[in-house]
Every structure is written in C-alpha cells, then in structure tokens.
Design a protein around this ligand. Structure first.
Ligand SMILES: *[C@@H]1O[C@H](CO)[C@@H](O)[C@H](O)[C@H]1NC(C)=O
Ligand SMILES: *[C@@H]1O[C@H](CO)[C@@H](O)[C@H](O)[C@H]1NC(C)=O
Ligand SMILES: *[C@@H]1O[C@H](CO)[C@@H](O)[C@H](O)[C@H]1NC(C)=O
Ligand SMILES: *[C@@H]1O[C@H](CO)[C@@H](O)[C@H](O)[C@H]1NC(C)=O
Length: 440
C-alpha cells in the first residue's frame, strides 16, 4: 500500500511538473513567426540524425526563437556533432560540405557564447569570399534577432576601408571577414582581437590555400593563446593538416563525409543510338542476373516514359522523380528498399550514393554530364559491400563526357563484353566463389 501511495504521489508530481513545463515552457513557441515549411526531398546528409532537438542544448530561449524562425526544426547531423562540443569550448575539426547545415553548426554555439555585457570583438568568422561573408553575417543577424543587441559586422576586401574603421568605433561582437581586410584592420589597431575567444574558419581548405595561409597565420598571432578554433572543410589537404597540428588543441574531429567509391563496381558502356536504348535495356534485363536495379534518366518526362516502356516489356518497376510529392516519393523509395519491386527508374535524387545493398546493377539510361553526378549514381559508400555492375548507354553525344568522366574519376569504363562474369556482381555467386578460393 505504501508503495502504491508513493507511486501515485510520483504520478501527481510528474503531472504537475508537466503542467508547469507546458505553461511556462512552451507558450513562447506560439509567438514565433515561422517561415513556410520546406517540403523538398532531403538527403541523408541532413536527415540521418541521432534525433536530437535544438532544445536539448540548453540554449538561450531568445536564440532558440531565432533558430526556429529560420525554419530550422531539428539539428542536422553536422549540427548534432558540432553544437555541444563547440559550446564546451573545445576546438573542432569538421569535414562537411555546404548545404548540410554547416553554418548553423558554428553560428549557434558562437552566438550562444556571446556575452552582451562585454563590448569587445568576441568571435571572428573567417570565410574565403565576400559573398560568403555577407551570407554568414546575414544568417547571424537573423539568428540573433531576439538576443537583444548582438552586433554583427561583415568586413571584406573591395569595400570602403574608412566605413569599416568608423563601424569598429562602435560596439561589434562578431566579425565575419575575409582574411585580407580583417588583418589590415587588426594591424591598424582598429579591430581589437586580443580578447576574441573564438575563431571559425569556414571552407578552411580555401582559407589555407597559398593565397591566404600567411594571412591566417598572421591573424592568429594576434588572438589570445586560449582561443577556440572551429575549422570546417570539405577536404583535408596537407595544408589543413599542418595547420591543425600547429594551431588546434586536441580538436574534436567530425567526419560526416563518407567517401563514395567506385572500387568493386565493374563499369561498362554500350554504344547505342537514342532509338536503340529501350531495346538495349530489354536485352540487359534478359541477360543479366539482376537482384535489384536502378535506372537513371535525365528528366522527369523520360523517367515516366521509360517506366511505362519497362512495364510494357513485362518487367516490374517503380519510378520516382523530383516533381513527385515528397511523401509519395519517400514511400516508393521505402517500398523499393524493402524489395517490393525489382527495378527503380529515377532522376538524380541521391546525393550520397545509393545505400541499398540489394541493388547490384545500376544503369545510366541517359549518361550524366559530369563526374560528380556519375559518382553519386554509381559510387557506394565504404560501409556497404562494393559489389556491383554499372552499365552506361552511350550515344554519340556522350562520347566526350564519357572520356572526361573517366579521366576525372581516374576510373575505367570498358566496352560491354558479350557475356559478363557473374562473380563480378551477383552476391551469392561471389561469396560462393570466395568460399571455394578460401578452401585449401
Ligand atoms: C494544469 O493546469 C491547468 C490550468 O492551466 C489546471 O486547471 C490543471 O488543474 C492543472 N493540472 C494539474 C495536474 O496540475
Ligand atoms: C560549396 O562548397 C564548395 C567547396 O568548398 C565551394 O566550391 C562552393 O562554391 C560552395 N557552394 C556554395 C553554394 O556556397
Ligand atoms: C536527355 O537525354 C536526351 C537523349 O539523350 C536528350 O535528347 C535530352 O536533351 C537530354 N535532356 C537533358 C535535360 O539533358
Ligand atoms: C536481393 O533483393 C532482395 C530484395 O529485393 C533482398 O532481400 C536480398 O537480400 C537481395 N539479395 C542479395 C544477394 O543482395
């Protein structure tokens, strides 16, 4: 009985608390001016999260308001990794491309850490171009809209130096800058950075290229010893590694860019005319041992037409393209992933490679125009088995692209042979052969 009472009192406390959190906690959300929802298809760069919420990071309410009003609902993977670590003051070395929420990943902790009681420059965001500087300062201003007076300044080459000097006469908390101009202002004693506790380097691979690296080193020499550096870069060339070991202290490393690879994918091309493509595809269907296939076309219209043709030929197929409703697309893709259909016809929707293991054949019904698209269609990330076949239907218009893409990806796309060795792309066969080979 005692236990039961305890249990009930627990429940009632929980209820009361819940009531309180609701009453005092969530009313502010009703006042937000949210932008319209973005229903475009999202790639795993931004969707494969741990399920955190912005509210999990103990951010100031006013900053949260700015975040939600930007239309950011939940942290993206790079934000989930960066925000708590950056808030803790630790250096970060992150590998991330743009379009993945990178700016939020550093601007949110940066703004959270601004102390409005202090008048000096507290953070520098270094970017390689004027456009990026303007864009980042704009985002900072929007994010900090409710923070009550965070002063953000963009300063880049190609603008009037005198204006910047006058501006720095007033309070500035955050400077978004290209290296040349900010160094100039620091050296003139106009921008005082001896108490700047945080420096962000966006597109660090560019900032540490030969044009800029000396300037960056120079700027850092003016910062206090215990400053925090957050470095975001799409690639990690030697220049970035050198910089890291020299200036970053035990950086927390984030790498969300899985390399797509063509290793283990056997690539062929078949030379055809436009009119022969469907016939050629039919032949491939009848000769290859397809477990699941994805067939790429270059337009919405061609996807629909081809899907119809394939069905007429007597093969099952799904199709998706960019003009379909996102929810519907998701469902089709989900069903395909679950093996409900053998073939999928689509436009370029995958930006991080196809991560469906059961797909052992990819066909470029229309050959892509550039190497990046080719890699995203054909390449696989290291996590999955690399076994697969890629077949490219090449018309005379594609010949030049074929050569360029081969060169750029340093890969070999061979003419299709009359019969294709099954061990190159059929999983059971492959493991069977491997077993045989492993026998003494
Ligand atoms: C919750 O709050 C409402 C008023 O907002 C009140 O009427 C109700 O009794 C509260 N419930 C509990 C369990 O505290
Ligand atoms: C994205 O990043 C790459 C690599 O740093 C850069 O070349 C490109 O201009 C960026 N794109 C945009 C839209 O900022
Ligand atoms: C798609 O491919 C067809 C056939 O190769 C070609 O006629 C058409 O111009 C291409 N469309 C685009 C948008 O590249
Ligand atoms: C073949 O595809 C089905 C789904 O269509 C999948 O369950 C199965 O594992 C795949 N087999 C191989 C060897 O990949």
């Amino acid at each position: 009985f005692k236990r039961l009472t305890l249990f009930y009192s627990f429940i009632s406390v929980a209820l009361t608390m819940h009531n309180l959190t609701y009453r005092f906690g969530d009313d502010w959300k009703k006042l937000l001016e949210l932008p319209p929802k973005d229903n475009r298809m999202k790639t795993s760069d931004v969707t494969s999260t741990k399920g955190n919420e912005f509210e999990d990071y103990c951010l100031k309410r006013e900053l949260l308001m700015g975040i939600f009003e930007m239309g950011w609902e939940k942290p993206s993977p790079i934000q989930e990794e960066s925000i708590p670590i950056a808030l803790s003051g630790r250096d970060i070395l992150a590998r991330a491309k743009n379009g993945t929420g990178k700016s939020g990943a550093y601007l949110i902790p940066l703004l959270e850490r601004i102390d409005l009681k202090k008048d000096h420059i507290q953070a520098i965001v270094m970017v390689p171009t004027r456009e990026l500087a303007l864009q980042m300062s704009q985002i900072s201003i929007q994010l900090s809209k409710h923070l009550g007076g965070v002063k953000v300044m963009a300063t880049t080459g190609g603008t009037n130096l005198r204006d910047d000097i006058l501006r720095l006469d007033e309070i500035v908390h955050v400077v978004v800058a290209t290296p040349g101009r900010i160094l100039d202002l620091i050296k003139k004693g106009v921008a005082k950075v001896d108490q700047t506790q945080m420096m962000v380097m966006d597109e660090a691979d560019k900032l540490l290229s030969q044009d800029f690296v000396a300037l960056i080193e120079d700027i850092i020499s003016f910062l206090p010893k215990n400053r925090q550096i957050l470095l975001y870069s799409a690639t990690f060339p030697i220049s970035v590694q050198k910089f890291m070991s020299k200036h970053l202290q035990k950086p927390y490393e984030i790498n969300l860019m899985e390399e797509l690879t063509l290793k283990g994918i056997t690539q062929y091309y078949a030379y055809v005319t436009e009119r022969q493509k469907v016939h050629c595809l039919n032949t491939l269907f009848s000769r290859l041992q397809i477990n699941q296939s994805i067939i790429f076309c270059n337009s919405t219209q061609r996807v629909e037409l081809l899907a119809k043709k394939i069905t007429q030929l007597g093969y099952s197929c799904f199709y998706i393209h960019a003009k379909m409703m996102q929810e519907y697309r998701n469902r089709v893709f989900h069903d395909f992933r679950n093996g409900l259909c053998r073939n999928l016809v689509c436009t370029d929707l995958f930006t991080r490679g196809i991560d469906i293991q059961a797909v052992n054949v990819v066909i470029n019904f229309d050959f892509p125009k550039n190497a990046e698209t080719y890699l995203h269609r054909i390449g696989r990330s290291g996590r999955f088995g690399h076994l697969g076949l890629a077949i490219n239907l090449i018309t005379s218009d594609d010949r030049y692209n074929l050569k360029t893409i081969e060169d750029q990806l340093i890969t070999d796309i061979k003419p299709i042979p009359s019969s294709i060795d099954k061990s190159l792309y059929v999983a059971e066969f492959h493991s069977f052969v491997k077993q045989l080979k492993n026998k003494p």
